[in-house]
Each structure stands twice: as C-alpha cells, then as structure tokens.
Design a protein around this ligand. Structure first.
Ligand SMILES: *Cc1c(COP(=O)(O)O)cnc(C)c1O
Length: 418
C-alpha cells in the first residue's frame, strides 16, 4: 500500500511540499512525469467499463492524467476547495470557468479593472454569443448594487487588480451577487492562495494563472479553476473534456515542482515589495506609489481585512509621463522589462504601451493608468540591489532634468552579459 498523508489538517507549507502526492507502483520520491497522451486497457471489457464509468481508469490526458491530478489535488487542498481542474494557461482557466457556465441571454457583471485578456472576453467575446455584460468600478459598492437590479448569472472580478492594485470588498459583493442569482468568480492571481482565500469570503469559483507565482521561475504556462465538486464535475469538467484547454503533463509537473517553494517565495517577495513601496514613495521623481498595505493606499483597511500581506506587485507613476517612464525602464541594469509577473526575477512593465494598450486611452483613464504608470513585479533578488538599481535609474532622470548629461540613457541592450 502506498503511504498516505496523515488525516489531521495539514498547514499550507506542508500541503505545498507534500499535498496531492500520487505515487506510482515504483515508489518514486519526486512526482512522476506521466508524459503520455493516452492509457491502455488490459481487456476490451476494461475499456468498456471505463467508458461506462463503472471503474476508475485513466483514458486520455485531455480528460485526466496522474501528474495533472497530483497538481489538481495539491491546489484544491491548498485553497480549501472541493475540486480543481488544471488548464493550459490562466486565460484557458478564465475562459473555461465562464463559457462552461454561461449561455445566451445571461448577464455578466465584471469589475472594470481586469487583466487585459479577461477584459476582452467580457467586453468583446461574450456579447458575440448573446451574453449581456456590464462593467462596474470594482471599488464602488453603489455601482455593484445598481448592476444587480437585474438578474445576473456570473460575476468576474480581480482583487487586487492589475495593474492599479484596487481592492474589491469580496463579502459585500458576493452577498449582493448571490441575491441576484449569480455565481462569483475571483481571479486570485495577484494575491495567491497564501495571501487571500476568496472561497472563505463568499466566492464560488477561484481562477489562477499558474504561469505566475505557482511556477514562479518563468518556465511554463498553466492555469487552474477551483470550486465545489458538484460545479466542477457537472459544469466545468464536461466543457474541458470536450473543448480541450487541458494542461500538458509536462507543464503540470513543472508547476508542481514550483509550488514546493511557494510558501518561501511569497513572503520574501512581499517583504521586498513593501520595502520598495516605502522607498518609491519617498522619491521626488515618483508622483504616486500604489501598494495595498501602504498607509497612503485608499483601501488599506480593506486590504488588511482580506489579505495577510500586501502582495508582490507595486505600481508607481513616474512624473513626466511616457518619456520619463521609458527612460527609467531603459536605465535599469538589473530589473528586466517584461510583461510577465510573479517571477523570481524582478520585472517592470509599462501598461499603457503593452498590457493595456488595446483597451484604449479612454478606458485607461477610467482605470487610472496614465503614461507614467509602471507596474513592478518584485522578485527574490536582495532588496538592497533592487533599491540601488531603482535609485540609479531615478537619479538619472534628475541629472537630465537639471541639464547634466546622459546618465539615464545607458542603452541596456549593449551588454552581452544580459
Ligand atoms: C497572467 C494573468 C492571467 C492570464 O494568465 P496566462 O497564464 O497568461 O494565460 C489572468 N489574470 C491575471 C490577473 C493574470 O496576471
């Protein structure tokens, strides 16, 4: 008999290291990578019984695979959810969660501050299928209340949001949503399951991009949807089985290995992010610093109620708009320019010209994204090296402003060491 985990409830660190264990008959220590598309049957009868559902037997990796199941079981245990389905990407998770549940004639209410592709699904894709969609300012409970005057099938929201780190009051919105007949889907990528547990605050479904903090080392795409066993079995699973957004066993295996250190990485990244937010707030070249646990954040109290730490992202405005922001990004010698996040390597993004280019200037203005806005995903480097890198980049801006030369214009691509 393979050893099973103790019955007593295990703590998050233990679940991240050992949860979901699905050993094969070879008793391997590390999870086996079952890189196989299909499975075989001993007899024709076994195949028939499998398809009848009389016995449990893997059939095909689009439906199920031992490595993928290990990931799903680990994530479900960590989230405190009854069931989980892993997907090929975070967007596959969001898309499957929404399209498996919705039908023509339904109404969806979403917070406006969403990841770019989630915004596209709500604003552009769903209306094509006869689904009415309404955006609200997620921070404004009156707008949510107004939107729920008509029946609603689903709410999609992100808290904290990308990239402006706005909070949505989860228990308040969930209560109103349920009264209007909706299920609440929360994109919990920015908080991770270690900092925020939406299911304990009224959410029905939680979605993740495993590409971000779960892998944590920038290697593979992946996603996950978590909810009740009934909803996952009856609504989500038939959609995934028949439309195919399944994760590759290889990617699932990489994410499993990444998760073993999530409880060490997230607190370290949060501690650095809090220090960097404090640092940025003191800089005259920075006109605004946003971080959920910062005293100046308008929703700090709500953030402290819903989250156990402020997260791994800091957003700030460089005074002087796009030109100044570009000069700061280009002057960074350590921190990379990338649209990814949640990586061990620190990265900066200029949302107005990348992740949020397609939403248009008007919507960006509504979201509070301006041409100087920079999103900073804080990694695992020594925080003092990150402070030093930002210091020299911001100092360069002042040198130029004072007419003192080209310090801020060191071309980053020139060094082959990068
Ligand atoms: C990255 C991200 C997604 C999409 O995930 P992919 O793995 O890139 O498909 C969705 N929501 C948020 C908040 C994200 O950061």
């Amino acid at each position: 008999m393979p050893r099973t985990l103790p019955d007593a409830p295990l703590r998050p660190a233990t679940l991240l290291v050992r949860g979901g264990q699905n050993r094969s008959s070879f008793d391997e220590m590390s999870e086996a990578l079952h890189l196989t598309s299909g499975f075989m049957y001993e007899t024709a009868q076994q195949a028939e019984d499998t398809f009848l559902g009389n016995i449990t037997h893997y059939q095909y990796s689009r439906f199920g695979n031992p490595t993928i199941e290990a990931l799903q079981n680990k994530l479900a245990a960590l989230e405190g959810a009854e069931a989980c389905r892993a997907t090929a990407s975070g967007m596959a998770a969001v898309h499957a969660a929404m399209l498996s549940h919705l039908k023509a004639g339904d109404r969806v209410v979403a917070s406006r501050a969403l990841f770019g592709s989630c915004h596209w699904i709500v604003s552009t894709l769903l209306p094509r299928y006869g689904i009415e969609t309404v955006f609200v300012d997620g921070t404004d409970l009156d707008q949510w209340r107004d939107a729920f005057r008509k029946p609603c099938a689903m709410v999609l929201l992100e808290t904290p949001s990308n990239p402006m780190l706005e909070l949505v009051d989860l228990p308040a919105v969930a209560e109103m949503a349920h009264a209007a007949g909706a299920i609440v889907v929360v994109d919990n990528v920015f908080a991770t399951p270690l900092l925020q547990k939406p299911l304990t605050m009224g959410a029905d479904v939680v979605v993740y991009s495993a590409t971000k903090h779960f892998d944590g080392q920038g290697r593979v795409l992946g996603g996950a949807v978590l909810g009740t066993k009934k909803w996952v079995d009856e609504v989500l699973t038939p959609f995934i089985r028949n439309t195919g957004p399944s994760i590759s066993p290889f990617n699932a295996w990489v994410v499993l290995k990444g998760l073993e250190t999530l409880h060490l990485r997230i607190p370290a990244m949060c501690a650095s992010a809090a220090k960097l937010a404090d640092f940025l707030a003191t800089r005259p070249e920075v006109s605004r610093t946003l971080y959920p646990f910062l005293d100046s954040h308008p929703q700090q109290a709500l953030a402290k109620k819903q989250m156990s730490a402020g997260g791994t992202l800091v957003t700030f405005d460089v005074a002087g708009g796009k030109e100044a922001a570009f000069r700061v990004l280009d002057a960074l010698k350590l921190i990379d320019i990338s649209n990814n996040l949640g990586d061990a390597r620190s990265m900066v993004t200029h949302p107005a010209t990348t992740t949020h280019m397609k939403v248009g200037a008007e919507e960006r203005a509504r979201l509070g994204i301006n041409d100087g806005t920079v999103r900073f995903s804080v990694g695992l480097e020594d925080v003092q090296d990150l402070v030093d890198d930002l210091t020299q980049a911001l100092d360069g801006l002042r040198t130029k402003a004072a007419g003192g030369g080209k310090t801020g214009e060191v071309p980053r691509a020139a060094s082959p060491a990068r």
